[in-house]
Design a protein. Structure first.
Length: 802
C-alpha cells in the first residue's frame, strides 16, 4: 500500500550483531571485537564506509554462519571508528535503509552480502495522519513513563522525521525483545509498521502503567514504613533516654502478670489485654487506658495473705490494752473471733457496731485488725448514693476507676484484711442507684467470693475479708443488710468512764501528736472532769479528745516560744485560758420549772439526748402544729397524745370542746437533729396538759415512753442511752415505762445509784410525778377566761360551753 518503492542491489561487507537490532535512522555506538567483524569493518572503511548490520539468531554464538543470521538487516554508514588500546574498535554507525540479503559470499575472513535495499515513501492520507497522531501520542506517553529515555531528544526525533521513518525511530527506542524488534524491521510496509508499533506501544504503556502503580504503591508503603521505622527508632531512643525500653516494659508486664497469682480466668484476661496493648501505638490514648487497666489488675492482691493470729488470748490482750471499759462488747468480739475459727461461714457473720459518734467503733475495728494480725482498711459510706462508688465505672468511661471496695483491697494489699464499712446507715438514707444492693453482694458470703467490679471486670474473691460495719442508728439500714449482721451496741460513756479514757488514752495520744512530753503538761482529774462537764456534751469522747488536743496545741506553742522547760498543770481554774469560756454552764436541773415545757429523752444519731418539749396555746380553730424536724411517727404520737387529753377533759377541768377554739403549737428545739420514734408520746402529752391546766412541769424530771389513746404507757428502746444522757445533764429523776425496768440492769452502777427511777404504767402516774402539783378539777368557764390567760384577744361572742 506504500506508494513508491525504490529498490537497488548493493554488495557490502556484512557484520553480525548480537542482542540488538539496528534500525534505519538510528545512530548506534558499539564495540567491535570479533576477528571476522574487524575484517569486515576494515574492508568497509577502505571503501564506501557502508556496512550491512544484521542480528544473529543466537547471541551467544561467536562465529555465526550466514544461515544463523537474520536475512533482513540495515545498511548503515560508518560515522566514526576508534581503535581502542585492547585492540577492539569502537564504532558509531547510522542506519540508512532496511535491506534484505540476496546472496552471501565468504571472503578473506568475513562475509560480503549482496542486498536488495528498499526505501519506501508514503503519500499523505487521513488514515496515515490518524495513525501518525496515534503513534506520536502513545510514544510521548511512553517516553514520559519510561525512565530510561531522554524525553526532549526523543520527541524531537519523532517530530522531525517523515511519517515513513517514524515507526523506525520509535521502534529503535522501544524496550522490547530483540525478536519483536526484528519482526518490525522485517516489515517493509510503512503503514503496517506504524500500526504494529502503535499496538506494541499500547501494550507497553499498559505494562508501564501497571508498573508505575505498583511502584508508587510500593514507594508509598516504603515511605510509610520508613517513617514508622524512623519514629519508632526515635521513640526507642527517647525511652532509652528515660530509662525504660518499650519492649522490655511489655516483657516485664508479662512476667508480672504470670507472677501475680491471678485466678485462671483473670490471668487469661490480662494476657489478652497485654496482646491488645502490644498492637497499640505506645503513646496513644487507648494504650494508656489499657495500661492503666493492667496496672490495676497487677496492683490487686490475688494471693498475698497476712498470717492470721489465731490465739484468742492475744486478741484479748490487745483489745484490753487499747480500749477502756466496753466489757460486754469486747466479750462479744472475742466470742465472734472464736466462732469464726470454728465455723466457716456463720450466719450473720458481719460485725456491726452501732452507737453514737466517738464511742470507739472505728478504733475497736482497728484493734480487731491488730488482734488478728490482719491489715486494716476503711471506707466511709456516709453520703454514698451511687452504686458506682462501690462497684466502679465501666472502663469505657473516660477516667473510669474501680469502686471503693476494689480500691481499698488494693490499698490493703492482702486478700484477708479487716475491712471497715463506716456509716452504713448514712448510705441508704439518700441513695441513688442502689448502693445497698451492691453492698449486699459484698457482704453475702455466698456471693462475695465472686464480687465483680465494673472497672475490673473480673471476679474478685472477697470471701477471706473480715468485714465490720459501723452505724449510728440501726433503723435506716435496709433489713436484708441487717440480717447479715451481728449487731453490737455501744451506748456511750459515763463521766467516770470518760475520765478514765481521757487519762489512759486520749491525753497520751494528744501529747504524742502535739510533740509534748508528760513533763510539759499534767491534766489533773478535776481539770479533765471540768472539760467533760463544761466543754463537751456528748455520748462518746470525740469532742473531749478534740478539746484535750486544743489544750495541748496551746501548750506546744508556749514550748516553742519559751523553751522545753515549760510545765503546765491543767486545772478547772486555768482551763478557760486554753479553751475560752465554758460552753455548757447550766445543768438542766438548775433551770426553772415552766408551764408547757416538759423534758423528754430521745435517742438520736448522736446518742441519748435530753430534749425540751414546748407547747404553746393560741386562740384558733383546733389546729395542732409541730415543728423541730419531727418524723412521721413523732407526729402521730403527738396526735395520740392530743386524743388522750381530749378524752380527759373533765378530769383536767377543761371545757369539753376547748380544742375548737385553740391552736396548739408543739416545738422541740435542737432543730438540726432529726428526731423520730414514738417515745416522745408521754412528754408531748405532759406539756399539753401543763399548758392547758397552767401547772408547771418539774424541770428536774425527764421522761420517755409511748402513749396509747387510753393513756397507757408502752415500752421504748434505748433506755440505757437515754438515762445516761439525763444523768449527764444533771437530771436525777426519770420516768420510764414499767416494761422497760428490765433494761436497768445495763446501766453502769455509778449512774444507776444516782438516779431516782419511776417506772410507770399509765399517763396519770406520769402527770403525778411530772407536774408541780396535782390537778384540781375546775368548773367550766367562758372561753374568754381561758383565752385571756393565754394572752390573746378572744372572739367576743364565742363561748366555751356553747
Ligand atoms: N473505750 C475506749 N478506750 C480508749 N479510747 C477510746 C475508747 N472509745 C473511744 N476511744 C477513742 O476515741 C476516739 C474516737 O473513737 P472512734 O473510734 O473514732 O469513734 P466512732 O468510730 O465510734 O465515732 C478515738 O481516738 C478512740 O481511740
Ligand atoms: Mg468512726
Amino acid at each position: 500500500m506504500f506508494n513508491r518503492e525504490k529498490t537497488e542491489l548493493k554488495r557490502v561487507p556484512m557484520m553480525p550483531v548480537r542482542d540488538m537490532v539496528i534500525f534505519p535512522q538510528m545512530m548506534t555506538p558499539f564495540i567491535v571485537g570479533r576477528e571476522s567483524s574487524v575484517r569486515a569493518l576494515e574492508d568497509a572503511l577502505a571503501g564506501e564506509k557502508k556496512i550491512f548490520l544484521a542480528t544473529q539468531h543466537d547471541a551467544s554464538m561467536d562465529d555465526p554462519q550466514p544461515d544463523q543470521i537474520y536475512n533482513v538487516g540495515t545498511l548503515a554508514n560508518i560515522v566514526q571508528s576508534v581503535k581502542l588500546a585492547d585492540g577492539n574498535i569502537k564504532v558509531l554507525v547510522e542506519g540508512v535503509e532496511r535491506a534484505k540479503v540476496v546472496q552471501v559470499t565468504a571472503e578473506d575472513g568475513f562475509f560480503r552480502a549482496t542486498l536488495r535495499v528498499v526505501s519506501s515513501r508514503i503519500e499523505p492520507s487521513p488514515q496515515l495522519e490518524q495513525i501518525v497522531t496515534r503513534v506520536t501520542g502513545l510514544f510521548e506517553q511512553y517516553v514520559k513513563l519510561s525512565q530510561n529515555l531522554n524525553y526532549d531528544s526523543m520527541i524531537a526525533a519523532v517530530r522531525a522525521d517523515d511519517p515513513a521513518k517514524l515507526s523506525d525511530s520509535v521502534a529503535s527506542n522501544l524496550q522490547i525483545a530483540v525478536e519483536e524488534k526484528q519482526e518490525l524491521l522485517e516489515c517493509f510496509d510503512p503503514l503496517e509498521r506504524l500500526t504494529r508499533v502503535a499496538d506494541i506501544l499500547e501494550g507497553e504503556l499498559e505494562k508501564l502503567n501497571v508498573e508505575r502503580n505498583i511502584n508508587t504503591r510500593v514507594k508509598r508503603q516504603m515511605e510509610r514504613a520508613q517513617k514508622e521505622y524512623y519514629l519508632n527508632e526515635k521513640l526507642k531512643a527517647i525511652h532509652k533516654e528515660l530509662g525504660r525500653g518499650e519492649k522490655n516494659e511489655l516483657e516485664e508486664l508479662k512476667k508480672k502478670i504470670d507472677a501475680a497469682g491471678m485466678p485462671k480466668d483473670t490471668h487469661e484476661k490480662a494476657v489478652q489485654e497485654l496482646k491488645r496493648l502490644e498492637l497499640m501505638p505506645p503513646m496513644s490514648a487507648e494504650s494508656t487506658v489499657s495500661r492503666n487497666y493492667l496496672d490495676w489488675l497487677l496492683a490487686m492482691p490475688w494471693k498475698k495473705k497476712s498470717k492470721e493470729i489465731r490465739d484468742i488470748a492475744v486478741a484479748e490482750r490487745i483489745l484490753e490494752e487499747e480500749h477502756f471499759g466496753l466489757e460486754k462488747v469486747k466479750e462479744r468480739i472475742l466470742e465472734y473471733l472464736a466462732v469464726r475459727q470454728l465455723v466457716k461461714n456463720p450466719r450473720g457473720s458481719i460485725l456491726c457496731f452501732v452507737g453514737p459518734p466517738g464511742v470507739g467503733k472505728t478504733s475497736l475495728a482497728m484493734s480487731i485488725g491488730r488482734a488478728t494480725g490482719r491489715k486494716f482498711v476503711r471506707v466511709s459510706l456516709g453520703g454514698v448514693r451511687d452504686e458506682a462508688e462501690i462497684r466502679g465505672h465501666r472502663r469505657t468511661y473516660i477516667g473510669a476507676l474501680p469502686g471503693q471496695i476494689v480500691q481499698m483491697m488494693k490499698k490493703a494489699g492482702t486478700i484477708n484484711p479487716v475491712f471497715v464499712l463506716d456509716e452504713v446507715d448514712k448510705m441508704s438514707t439518700d441513695f441513688r442507684g442502689d448502693p445497698s444492693a451492691a453492698l449486699m453482694e459484698v457482704l453475702d458470703p455466698e456471693l462475695n467470693h465472686a464480687f465483680t467490679d465494673h472497672y475490673l471486670d473480673v471476679e474478685y474473691d472477697l470471701s477471706k475479708v473480715m468485714f465490720i460495719c459501723t452505724a449510728n442508728v440501726l433503723h435506716t439500714i435496709p433489713q436484708p443488710l441487717q440480717d447479715r449482721m451481728e449487731v453490737l451496741r455501744l451506748a456511750g460513756y459515763t463521766e467516770l468512764e470518760k475520765l478514765q479514757i481521757a487519762k489512759r488514752f486520749l491525753v497520751k495520744k494528744q501529747l504524742e501528736q502535739t510533740g509534748l512530753t508528760a513533763a510539759n503538761v499534767t491534766f489533773t482529774d478535776e481539770g479533765l472532769q471540768h472539760i467533760i462537764r463544761h466543754y463537751t456534751h456528748e455520748a462518746g469522747v470525740r469532742t473531749l479528745e478534740r478539746e484535750i488536743s486544743s489544750v495541748c496545741r496551746k501548750i506546744s506553742r508556749r514550748v516553742v516560744k519559751e523553751g522545753r522547760s515549760v510545765s503546765v498543770e491543767v486545772t478547772p481554774a486555768n482551763l478557760s485560758d486554753f479553751l475560752g469560756i465554758i460552753k455548757f454552764r447550766e445543768l438542766w436541773a438548775h433551770k426553772k420549772s415552766e408551764v408547757g415545757l416538759a423534758t423528754g429523752l430521745a435517742w438520736t444519731e448522736v446518742g441519748g439526748q435530753v430534749l425540751a418539749t414546748e407547747a404553746q396555746l393560741m386562740v384558733g380553730k383546733g389546729r395542732l402544729t409541730l415543728t423541730g424536724k419531727l418524723g412521721d411517727v413523732m407526729q402521730e404520737s403527738a396526735q395520740a397524745a392530743m386524743s388522750y387529753v381530749r378524752s380527759r377533759t373533765s378530769q383536767f377541768g377543761l371545757p369539753r370542746d376547748f380544742y375548737r377554739h385553740l391552736d396548739i403549737h408543739m416545738h422541740v428545739p435542737e432543730g438540726a437533729i432529726p428526731k423520730d420514734g414514738p417515745s416522745a408520746g408521754i412528754t408531748i402529752a405532759t406539756s399539753i396538759v401543763s399548758a392547758l391546766t397552767r401547772i408547771p412541769v418539774r424541770c428536774d424530771v425527764a421522761m420517755t415512753g409511748e402513749i396509747t389513746l387510753r393513756g397507757k404507757v408502752l415500752p421504748i428502746g434505748g433506755v440505757k442511752e437515754k438515762l445516761m444522757a439525763a444523768h449527764r445533764v444533771g437530771i436525777r429523776t426519770v420516768i420510764i415505762p414499767k416494761d422497760n425496768e428490765k433494761d436497768l440492769a445495763d446501766i453502769p452502777p455509778e449512774v444507776r445509784s444516782e438516779l431516782t427511777i419511776c417506772a410507770v404504767e399509765t399517763m396519770d402516774e406520769v402527770l403525778q410525778t411530772a407536774l408541780e402539783r396535782a390537778i384540781e378539777p375546775i368548773a367550766p368557764g367562758p372561753v374568754s377566761e381561758v383565752a385571756a390567760e393565754y394572752g390573746s384577744e378572744p372572739d367576743a361572742d364565742q363561748n366555751l360551753t356553747n
